[in-house]
Design a protein around this ligand. Structure first.
Ligand code: RIB
Length: 318
């Protein structure tokens, strides 16, 4: 029986506009395409777990509207257990996503029904929290709910993974919460926002990760986009290079990384192996358009890993 991964988080309908370059402030430009794609950091991570063959259960809230139905249906089709998703009174969450010719993105999220993912809803689903092995969260649902889930998860002895995205400023996460996080997974910008370190250079990165470790986090895993990822913990730091790929859209690459990482842990892979697996999954995701539409299958990830081994471009630096 597979270990269950509970994802408590957001579901958004992504309105994706592609354009050659991002508009400047005050500028109007002509874009190329418009598409509606299922997204939301929580849903993307749950979808990744299921597509990679893991057992994912999702807690979150959609509106009583077509977008909500579509998001629910898409996750169910991917194999996520969605029977406990809440239907709220607000409209389903939405994200406006600009993607430029180099595959970079800019995202604005309107949380909508995600804000109704409250503590009483979590309490109604306490049995799911008790039954799972891993709890994964992001930061597009109310903070008080996130902190409540983390407290409960630790009380029940679960492994807690927090992807602090979008990142709040220093001080927003209570000190007592940091001690209950096994893995925190910011990207460089999120690490900067979260800890107040001045830039994304190697020294700042280690300093920022060090600050989080001092607060009691078990492991800090910083995703570095096309550079890969760094794991920092009490044993030191380890760098994992990204797999070579042609990026067309980086939307949800971090979600894919996070979902793949926890899936690998639940499959009993050691942490370094799980990070290599997550790097491989993210390399496929960036080569395709959209959020959930870009998530690979386990077979695709294994192919990338086999190729990377063949090319010897998968080395770890301590
Ligand atoms: O990480 C990408 C996701 O961020 C998008 O799917 C969007 O909905 C926002 O949540």
């Amino acid at each position: 029986m597979k270990k269950t991964i509970l994802v408590a988080g957001s579901l958004n309908m992504d309105m994706v506009m592609e354009m050659a370059r991002m508009p400047a402030v005050g500028e109007t430009i002509l874009g190329d395409t418009l598409s509606y794609v299922p997204g939301g950091k929580g849903a993307n991570q749950a979808c990744t777990v299921a597509k990679l063959g893991g057992r994912a259960v999702m807690l979150g809230c959609v509106g009583r509207d077509d977008f909500g139905e579509s998001l629910r249906g898409n996750l169910a089709a991917a194999g996520v257990e969605v029977s406990k998703l809440k239907t709220g009174e607000s409209s389903t969450g939405a994200a406006s996503i600009y993607v430029d010719g180099a595959g970079n993105n800019s995202i604005v999220v309107i949380r909508g029904a995600n804000e109704e993912c409250d503590i009483s809803y979590i309490d109604q689903n306490d049995s799911l929290l008790r039954q799972c092995s891993y709890v994964m969260l992001q930061m597009e649902i109310p903070y008080e709910t996130i902190f409540y889930v983390i407290k409960k998860a630790k009380e029940y002895g679960k492994v807690v993974i927090l992807n602090p995205a979008p990142a709040p400023g220093p001080g927003a996460i209570p000190e007592e919460i940091y001690k209950k996080i096994d893995f925190i997974t910011p990207n460089e910008t999120e690490l900067k926002t979260l800890t107040g370190v001045p830039d994304c250079g190697r020294e700042s990165l280690e300093k920022g990760a060090g600050l989080l470790l001092e607060k009691g986090v078990g492991n800090v895993m910083v995703t570095l986009g096309e550079q890969g990822a760094v794991l920092v913990n009490a044993q030191g730091s380890m760098y994992f290079p990204a797999m070579r790929t042609m990026a067309v859209d980086t939307t949800a690459a971090g979600d894919c990384f996070n979902g793949a990482f926890v899936t690998a842990l639940a499959d009993d892979m050691a942490v370094p192996e799980a990070i290599r697996f997550a790097n491989a999954a993210a390399s496929v995701a960036v080569s395709r358009k959209g959020a959930q539409s870009s998530i690979p299958s386990a077979e695709e990830v294994q192919r990338v890993l086999a190729e990377a081994k063949h090319n010897d471009d998968n080395k770890v630096t301590v």
